[in-house]
Write a protein that binds this ligand. Structure first.
Ligand code: S3P
Length: 442
């Protein structure tokens, strides 16, 4: 039996025993990255943007609230089609209060590119306990090179931040990290800046901003060999219809659950399979997971498919290098898969996980360790010796949505009872996660 105990402050997810089998058809919520971008570009564009399939998680809600406070009109988020009426030719309005990005790094980092480039406007931005510890210098420094004026705590490293918008100048920024948040922040600042702004990254990160900026009317040049993107400033964005595909990062929990749970077959419908995000499929295929990709199609400029996963005998693999940015959010659930794979799985080049919503390397090593997993933590990754039984344990999400959900899938396959404390974190990206977990476990 699986139950969610809702206490005033936090929720406990209780999984009484190992699942015998998982069966069913799952429709997953909208892609978080695409949802943020649809709200932001819609808010900046002329006319109306219709968003179908927007993720109703806490993170996109934070983006919506911020842009409403700066003049965009956004219809009720709880409907099938959300209409955003953008500011068009106007500048963003100076908000009368502090902008709150909540738990969302994407909201804060992408928005900073737009705020820094609004001449003479003053903005203050904050976030929750987790976001206020996360590094903002990775976007503040390049924006400062463009002439931005931004102040923050700890010598401009952390929020709360104060921004005095400026007329910026274009730059060519060589990012030391493959980060779509950094790339998108600079591209959005470049959109508002006369001339050509270029970002080069060491490996390709997700390209949703590039696709959507083009669809809204911006001019971009992309050099796939050097991982460089150039945007021409000054384009007037036009409202569009955006159809948000299901989030492959949310599908990942069911892909692993279906593969590691005996006698299982799950179909996951309408999953975004943008090649900059499909590292999880490649990793699970390397591990011999039985996954079929079918009904491939395109929705509003993004590739989409249905996925089928069946119980599989997994084998260990090594994940490193350029695949890492293409599965960066899936490493916690891949660590769970590795516990059920024969052999030693090694994950390297993943130091970015230390500055996500929690230190995901440390937390996964700690929490899976409590279940008896043979897992070792390194500066940039994990080593997991698979093939040993996991035991149920009293676990904590550390308020990180992807940790909460990864541990739930581990608990579903552990001997005895597992409790996940602060399980409400899942609603950041997947508000209906527990409902689906209960439905397919019956
Ligand atoms: C995101 C990019 C990734 C990812 C995050 C969402 C985005 O972060 O981890 O969940 O929407 O651009 P980085 O770009 O910082 O790696």
């Amino acid at each position: 039996m699986i139950k969610l105990i809702k206490n005033l402050q936090s929720h406990q997810l209780v999984i009484e025993k190992k699942a015998n089998s998982l069966q069913g058809k799952i429709s997953i919520p909208g892609d978080k990255s695409i949802s943020h971008r649809a709200l932001m570009l819609g808010a900046m564009a002329l006319g109306e943007t219709t968003i179908e399939g927007l993720l109703l998680g806490e993170d996109p809600r934070s983006t919506a609230h911020c842009f409403e406070a700066m003049g965009a009109k956004i219809s009720d988020l709880n409907t099938e089609k959300v209409i955003v009426t953008g500011i068009g030719q106007e500048r963003l309005q100076e908000p009368s209060s502090i902008l709150d990005a909540g738990n969302s790094g994407t909201t804060m980092r992408l928005m900073l590119g737009l705020l820094a480039s609004q001449p003479d406007k003053f903005f203050t931005v904050t976030g929750d306990d987790s976001l206020r510890t996360r590094p903002m210098s990775r976007v503040i420094q390049p924006l400062q090179q463009m002439g931005a004026i931004i102040y923050g705590r700890n010598s401009n490293k952390n929020a709360p931040l104060a921004v005095i918008g400026q007329n910026l100048k274009p730059i060519h920024y060589h990012s030391p990290i493959a980060s779509a948040q950094v790339k998108s922040c600079i591209l959005l600042a470049g959109l508002m800046t006369e001339g050509k702004t270029t970002v080069t990254e060491p490996a390709l990160s997700r390209d949703h901003s590039e696709r959507m900026l083009r669809a809204f009317g911006a001019t971009l040049e992309i050099d796939v060999d050097t991982h460089s993107v150039t945007i021409e400033g000054g384009a007037k964005l036009q409202g569009q219809t955006v159809i948000v595909p299901g989030d492959i990062s949310s599908a990942a929990f069911w892909l692993v659950a279906g593969a590691i749970t005996p006698h299982s077959e799950l179909i996951i419908e309408n999953v975004g399979i943008n090649p900059t995000r499909t590292g999880i499929l490649e990793a699970l295929q390397m591990m011999d997971a039985d996954i079929t990709i079918f009904n491939q199609r395109e929705a509003a400029g993004e590739p989409v498919a249905d996925l089928r996963v069946k119980s599989s005998k997994l084998k260990a693999c090594t994940l490193e290098g350029s695949i890492i940015p293409r599965l960066i959010d899936e490493i916690p659930i891949l660590a769970v898969a590795a516990c059920f794979a024969q052999g030693t799985t090694v994950i390297k080049d993943a130091e970015e996980l230390r500055v996500k919503e929690s230190d995901r390397l440390k937390v996964m090593a700690l929490e899976l360790g409590k279940m008896g997993a043979k897992i070792r933590e390194f500066a940039d990754g994990l080593e997991i010796i698979g093939g040993n039984l996991l035991n149920g344990a009293d676990l904590d999400s550390f308020t990180d949505h992807r940790i909460a959900m990864s541990l739930a899938i581990a608990g579903l396959n552990a001997q005895g009872k597992t409790i996940i404390n602060r399980a409400e974190a899942a609603s950041i990206s997947y508000p209906t996660f527990v409902d689906t977990l209960i439905k397919i476990s019956q």
